[in-house]
Design a protein around this ligand. Sequence first.
Ligand SMILES: NC(=O)c1ccc[n+]([C@@H]2O[C@H](COP(=O)([O-])OP(=O)(O)OC[C@H]3O[C@@H](n4cnc5c(N)ncnc54)[C@H](OP(=O)(O)O)[C@@H]3O)[C@@H](O)[C@H]2O)c1
Length: 313
Amino acid sequence: MRAFATDGFGQAGNIRALPVPDPGEGEVLVRIKAASISMTDLSVMAGHLKDYMEHVFPLIPGIDASGVVEQVGPGVTGFRQGEEVFGFESRQVMGRGTWAELGALPSTSLMPKPSSLDHHEAAVLPHCALTAVAAVDAAGLGPDSLTVLLVATGGVGSFATQLVAKAGGCGIAITRPEYGDYARSLGATDVIDYTTMDPVAAVRELCPEGVDALIDMAGVPELTSALAAEVHPGGKVVSVVMAPDVEALAARHVEGLLTSRWAAQHRFGEITELFPESLKLPAIQTFPFEDVGAAIALQATRHVHGKLAIVLT
Ligand SMILES: NC(=O)c1ccc[n+]([C@@H]2O[C@H](COP(=O)([O-])OP(=O)(O)OC[C@H]3O[C@@H](n4cnc5c(N)ncnc54)[C@H](OP(=O)(O)O)[C@@H]3O)[C@@H](O)[C@H]2O)c1
């Protein structure tokens, strides 16, 4: 099969011929029609997660996939050859990923693909939507909550902004001006242009009494800690990127939390049902598999709004 792979951390990688994975116990071999690209894939390729989970080489990146069941592994029930499915790599191992014509995914994190979603739409959902669910759950928002979303329009932000709106409170989106309309379309009540304004001063002007939560999806340390100062006592600072300064926050009676997709994986089925009626699909830009390098380069700019997907035939 053709797969995109790298031989070491920090290497560019290329499309090459690799053996078709043999689906093991509990795995389903999926002929992949579309896969997502996220910042996490770039972090994996760079080796940023090497101390936290196992990596196998040649390393095939890619967490999410949508496609058709090719073969069911031992012990798997509930899936049949030819069925359209989508899902994600839910194990703590990177490198047996979805940027390939075929991938063996755990049956426990696969679902039948809703007929209302195309493959490239289904493929962009699991990893980032579940990360957003984990973040918004951790923020413990109520109907009157004021929440600052740092990176409101990226892969995770496109879902988190909607979930904050669904919780019923105000979502203040920090994003660049060309994405302001997109942020509002996701339910943001206010938009702060961080490219021309001081976002901290702008938040203070909007919410002089402070905000209830900051959800950090940027991991820009100085900006995150400056905005965290606008969270009032009793509030929460939740990051999906880097651990907040929990002790300094606790001294002000603010709770700091680092969360991840793993905290919400059990909600995959329930969240899937919300698309596309109750939750909108993010903006999606697709690339043919042959152009995966261009997609990686675009993702690396960190100025994508919504999600990128690669499409295989
Ligand atoms: N813990 C987990 O399970 C998990 C899962 C997924 C992702 N993550 C992490 O979460 C982060 C976001 O991932 P993603 O896939 O959503 O990334 P992404 O799509 O690349 O995020 C891009 C967004 O970041 C914004 N941005 C870049 N620099 C900014 C700044 N200085 N201030 C404000 N906004 C800025 C961009 O907005 P503009 O274009 O407006 O600049 C763009 O909308 C990454 O660090 C990723 O590694 C963690």
